[in-house]
Write a protein that binds this ligand. Structure first.
Ligand code: SAH
Length: 262
């Protein structure tokens, strides 16, 4: 029987890997930050995470992705994963027994405890602080829902934390998973070419980023602010800081009132 995992990154490009390696037993990747995803749509991964910085870092083994296909834990000949909601109503709900088996399987593969998260519009809204916290550990386990979501007993039984991408409803958790993983992976050491750029970014210190400009110096009659071409780095820093504060004040009063200068 083929094992219900599909892995990406250095694991999948090594000619010597056995299915056991692919399930996270590979010592070479034991210490790499790993995102475990439980999904009904394993082909959605690595998706956009396979591109550019995150994609290169994945093939270089700077992080790893381990995908568990929920369907393989389905019930009976048709591998059923969902059923109608108790009490009636629209849609279908992912079954507790099926999701439970998939979670148990993924938990058995873990060498280190990781946060277990259900992607859900009811959850706490994801932010930069969460990304900063998640990369401190060994990785994350993300359960992507579909249909109306998952049987509440699964969430209660495992003490799963619900995390949302924002106040809107998508058809499934896969895009949310990719967005959150991207935000984490780019913070891992050696992934971004220029680590200093992380320091200045929007949200990293509670402010939005200042405007950015590049060549040409004049475009459609618009010029680059003189200070940026002055070569005076102290003045440039001051200008950027003040732009950053102004933008945050006007666009995001919520962030501005929470902002505490360091
Ligand atoms: N009936 C649910 C929505 C189900 S949407 C409700 O009203 O709360 C189907 C699945 O898509 C969810 O289980 C979740 O995994 C995912 N999803 C939808 N919107 C999301 C969001 N904003 N953030 C994270 N996951 C989301």
């Amino acid at each position: 029987m083929s094992l219900p995992n599909k892995s990406h990154g250095r694991k999948s490009i090594s000619a010597s890997v056995t299915p056991r390696d692919l399930m996270g037993q590979d010592e070479r990747l034991a210490h790499v930050w790993t995102a475990d995803i439980i999904t009904l749509f394993p082909d959605s991964f690595p998706g956009v995470l396979g591109q550019s910085l995150t994609g290169r870092a994945l093939t270089e083994g700077k992080w790893a992705l381990s995908i568990t296909d929920l369907r393989l834990f389905g019930d009976g000949k048709h591998k059923n994963v969902d059923d109608t909601p108790a009490g009636g109503g629209a849609g279908m709900v992912l079954r507790a027994d099926v999701v439970g088996k998939a979670i148990d399987h993924v938990l058995r593969l873990q060498k280190t405890k990781k946060p277990l998260i259900f992607l859900s519009p009811r959850g706490q809204v994801f932010n930069q602080n969460m990304a900063n916290e998640w990369i401190q550990g060994a990785g994350v386990i993300l359960l992507a829902g579909r249909f109306e979501g998952v049987d509440q007993r699964v969430i209660d039984h495992y003490g799963i934390q619900e995390v949302s991408l924002g106040d809107f409803v998508m058809s499934g958790g896969e895009i949310a998973a990719q967005a959150m993983i991207d935000a984490c992976v780019r913070l891992l050491p050696g992934v971004l070419g220029n680590a200093a750029s992380i320091e200045q970014e929007s949200h990293q210190h509670g402010l939005l980023e200042h405007p950015q400009y590049t060549r040409p110096n004049e475009w459609n009659g618009r010029t680059i602010p003189d200070v940026l071409l002055s070569g005076n780095h102290q003045k440039i820093d001051e200008w950027r800081r003040s732009e950053s504060e102004e933008l945050t004040k006007t666009r995001r009063p919520d962030l501005w009132s929470a902002f505490k200068p360091r």
